[in-house]
Design a protein around this ligand. Structure first.
Ligand SMILES: C[S@@+](CC[C@H](N)C(=O)[O-])C[C@H]1O[C@@H](n2cnc3c(N)ncnc32)[C@H](O)[C@@H]1O
Length: 328
């Protein structure tokens, strides 16, 4: 099965959980908001590559007055996009038909699916080469002054998520704004409409997580329990950095962010994870198969770890964010 067919089959359930809980992954967007809040000029054109059903486009288009394009290999995923006034681009798995130049290109949580199979396993070297090819294409499609931002589960798990690199601009401000108070959590801050005057008042737990990470959860649990399986090759960010620098862009931001996904209770959290990863019986809402929702969350607690804070359930989703800028 190609990745395109695989996502066509997952599309309905994948988008179902996002439409029922559109704010569950709101924290994923925080690094993008931070990067944008520090820019003199905001992007007027954004390409959401590996954009799927539009999670990033939905989140950012509320806050950014730009023309959005979703580029994805799966028509099934893009068919789930319910917004309007955007362009859809069906790309080949190697992005060889990718077109256009953009002020900001984002790749959020998709690159690990850009794989070359040998038998039914991802070939590490060939997959690295494919990912390098795609990212080179994307870097070459960034307008002068524009940004390429890649976020994904890294090949090498850092010592801990939130183990921030100190060599990149902006990280101190992000820490100051986001983690001042390590127990107080205000999701409403995402209502901010004007990114120019963005004041991220979102305080979250430090949530530094040295334990299991999404890679472990995917390889040891999802791959074995999702009927469709889960084959991935996690990107090597050092290799990507070299590729993007060779294309003339400069690294401006890098962080390992233990992004909490936020839920009101364990059924909601378990159901969201079941739908997102096509585990167990498909249901329209949490609680229709409450036993499955709860057992899913027990697995999530084991494989990813969860935190309980102020009556919320937070799952640990550790990913790396990397942003490069093309000079003017
Ligand atoms: C995990 S989903 C992420 C979707 C979205 N960015 C989000 O965060 O919800 C990965 C997406 O990458 C797409 N995809 C996988 N491999 C691809 C490839 N080689 N080329 C283009 N898109 C691909 C899939 O169709 C899917 O929509």
């Amino acid at each position: 099965m190609t990745q395109q067919e695989y996502f066509d089959l997952r599309a309905k359930r994948y988008n179902q959980c996002l439409s029922v809980f559109p704010n569950a992954r709101a924290m994923d967007v925080l690094p993008y908001l931070h990067i944008l809040a520090n820019r003199n000029k905001l992007p007027e054109s954004v390409c959401d590559t590996f954009g799927g059903s539009g999670f990033i486009t939905n989140s950012l288009s509320e806050k950014l007055n730009a023309k959005f394009t979703i580029a994805d290999a799966s028509v099934g995923m893009m068919d789930e996009f319910k917004g309007k006034d955007i362009s859809l681009m069906q790309v080949k798995p190697d992005f060889s038909n990718f077109v256009g130049k953009y002020d900001m290109i984002i790749s959020h949580g998709g690159l690990h699916h850009a794989i070359e199979l040998v038998g039914n396993k991802a070939d590490r070297i060939k997959s690295d080469a494919l990912q390098a090819k795609i990212v080179r294409q994307l870097a070459n499609s960034v307008n002068p002054g524009g940004l390429l931002i890649v976020s994904d589960i890294p090949k090498v798990q850092p010592g801990g998520f939130n183990a921030l690199s100190t060599e990149c601009d902006g990280i101190d401000a992000l820490m100051r704004d986001s983690y001042k108070d390590n127990i107080y959590f205000v999701l409403d801050a995402f209502e901010t409409k004007n990114i120019k005057n963005l004041n991220i008042k979102l305080h979250a737990t430090m949530n530094t997580h040295h334990g299991p990470a999404p890679k472990y959860f995917f390889d040891e649990y999802v791959a074995k329990n999702m009927a469709l399986g889960h084959v991935a090759s996690y990107p090597d960010f050092n290799m990507l950095d070299q590729v993007v620098r060779d294309a003339g862009l400069k690294l401006v931001f890098r962080m390992n962010f233990c992004t909490p996904w936020v839920f009101n209770n364990i059924e909601d959290a378990g159901w969201f994870m079941r739908e997102k990863f096509s585990i167990g019986t498909p249901t329209q809402r949490p609680g229709q198969k409450a036993d499955e929702d709860i057992s899913m969350l027990i697995q999530v607690a084991h494989y990813l770890g969860i935190n309980q804070m102020r009556g919320k359930i937070l799952t640990n989703w550790g990913v790396t964010y990397s942003a490069w800028q093309r000079s003017l």
